[in-house]
Design a protein around this ligand. Sequence first.
Ligand code: PMP
Length: 319
Amino acid sequence: MSPPPVSAHVLACIGRTPLVALTRLGAGLPVPVLAKCEHTNPGGSVKDRIALAIVDDAERRGVLRPGATLIEATAGNTGVGLALVAAVRGYRLVCVMPEKMSVDKREALAALGAEVIITPNASPQQPENFRNVARRLAHERGWFLTAQFDNPANVRVHEQTTAQEILEQTGGRVGAFVAGAGTGGTISGVGRRLKAQVPGVRIVLADPVGSALADWVETGRLGPDGSYLVEGIGGSEVPANLHRDVLDAAERIDDAESFAIARRLIREEGLLVGGSAGTNVAAALRVAARGGLDGPVVTVLPDGWDRYRSTPWLRALAT
Ligand code: PMP
């Protein structure tokens, strides 16, 4: 296969990620389990796709002046994606981040030139919650809120790129698609497109134990609000970009299983991923094991291990 031609800038290298069969972890299952390697994006996560899509959309609508300030409530990955876009396009970036997120993510954002504001771990009802702080600052200062949780450009880019790539890479045969939801963009966008094009495909939410979303998928009512350590997915409220009509079921995965599977992805498959990849793959393995699917289970590896070097689950590998 020939290498890709010269790219005009790094933003042209976003997407077209590999789809890798999990031959060790998926051994003996009735269908293959395939992992979309979003950690190989230039910013190291799936969020590069939405960062570029949201800024492209805002530029097209004429709401971004040259040198404007972008602000986002981000667990880190969207911030890194936006920092790449801000660097190439000449914007300033402010990221508001809850204190539970890893110090590695904070340092990465600061190194990329973003201003980082840390908020206490507060519920969505409290004014100091990271999303409320970002909204308030955008309003007060006239900054552009990229609004990953509500912005429809998030879902759209997954329908148009992530799902399109999966359809091409599998020849259109997918038994199930499994992913966690942070904003919901990945599962809603990929889910909607696959549902439209692949008869019988099942769309399954991978949800951390302690998140309220699995109950909501099953009953329409949010479950109890608990705590968990996996970063970037699950939550105590439903983001606008999470669309229940495309979801068929949910799998609940606890922290211990998520981190155990993430460590196995690193050691046994050589896939250098973060904790939510463990949640997604744990759920995908369960869905594959149940059988009854006409095609492989496809899941997503949302980000890479470099963002979690300081966390106990990853340090456990090195000691
Ligand atoms: N995993 C990680 C590590 C993330 O940062 C995110 C995004 N918050 C996700 C998974 C979920 O992606 P989405 O926002 O598309 O639901």
